[in-house]
Design a protein around this ligand. Structure first.
Ligand code: NAD
Length: 281
């Protein structure tokens, strides 16, 4: 029976450490890390995510501010707002909550954020730095996934890691981080042939698809570490990509949904804001 990797407990422990580090920064440099979140439109899920981020910031002593813009805002107005925040010394982290309305070019918006303040780690400068082993601000979900894997005590070097999903925010960056930790990495996706066989050769299986319950025990090698990134709301309940009950019979470690990757993502955002603040000194 697989052991649970408890994302909530790990997040709680890291947040406590961050709280102490933030207090030290305040005492030594009179500096309070500041995060500004831009929220465009009224997507209910985005409002919930932003509220959670505000709450997490206040818990650890980060000053947070939310700029709410209506769905009709022009791209120019949004870019001008970002430019203002790029030049504001009190703002160390800028996050634009995605998705954006269709008339706004998401790439242009991400590219407008000063890389040193890009706490989501999505700017091409930060992706490039990750790719070349010089990362400063790594994307939050992949960073949280690596911490969850390390929490098991597993030595990543030399293991075969299979990442299912190749998005810019999860699949690709987490594959790069696993490679930097010397795993042998396979990236699988919607066009991969015989996905079950590929997945079942993984010592570490990261699933970031967004198709609830797609991965059953036939995709899992005995004693693998399974990280389920998927979160899809089905009849009001949050569902992962992995059939948890089946997977626990085969895996050595597994993350639950909810309570696995999710709490770590916000925690890594807090950590990135602290890193950005420190780097501004
Ligand atoms: P995405 O839609 O951008 O990418 C999905 C990927 O899955 C694609 O690369 C696609 O090739 C692959 N895919 C789709 N169908 C497949 C199939 N049948 N077989 C194999 N591969 C398939 O999604 P994303 O942004 O990477 O997010 C993935 C999931 O992770 C979603 O459920 C999302 O909600 C969740 N997520 C959770 C967190 C968190 O903090 N918990 C953060 C980010 C994303």
């Amino acid at each position: 029976m697989a052991k649970l990797i408890d994302g909530r407990a790990l997040a709680r422990q890291i947040r406590q450490e961050l709280k102490e580090d933030i207090l030290t920064l305040r005492n030594q440099h009179n500096l309070v890390p500041g995060l500004t979140v831009i929220l465009v439109g009224d997507d209910p899920a985005s409002h919930v995510y932003v509220r959670n981020k505000e709450r997490a910031c206040s818990e650890v002593g980060i000053h947070s501010n939310v700029i709410r813009m209506n769905a009709e805002v022009t791209e120019k107005e949004l870019l001008d707002t970002i430019e203002g925040l790029n030049n504001d010394d009190k703002v160390h982290g800028i996050l634009v909550q995605l998705p954006l309305p269709d008339h706004i070019n998401e790439k242009a918006v991400i590219n407008a954020i000063k890389p040193a303040k890009d706490v989501d780690g999505f700017h091409p400068v930060n992706s490039g730095m990750l790719m070349t082993g010089q990362a400063v601000l790594e994307p939050c979900t992949p960073k949280g996934i690596i911490r969850l894997i390390e929490e098991t005590g597993c030595i990543i070097a030399g293991k075969h890691a299979v990442v299912i999903g190749r998005s810019n925010i999860v699949g690709k960056p987490v594959a790069m981080m696993l490679l930097q930790k010397h795993a042998t990495v396979t990236i699988a996706h919607s066009r991969t042939q015989d996905l079950a066989t590929v997945a079942a050769s993984a010592d570490i299986l990261v699933v970031a698809i967004g198709k609830p319950q797609l991965i059953d025990d036939s995709y899992i090698k005995k004693d693998a570490i399974v990280i389920d990134v998927g979160t899809t709301r089905v009849n009001g309940a949050l569902m992962g990509d992995v059939k948890f009950d089946k997977a626990t019979e085969k895996a050595a470690y597994i993350t639950p949904v909810p309570g696995g990757v999710g709490p770590m993502t916000i925690t890594m955002l807090l950590e990135n804001t602290l890193i950005a603040a420190r780097n501004s000194i």
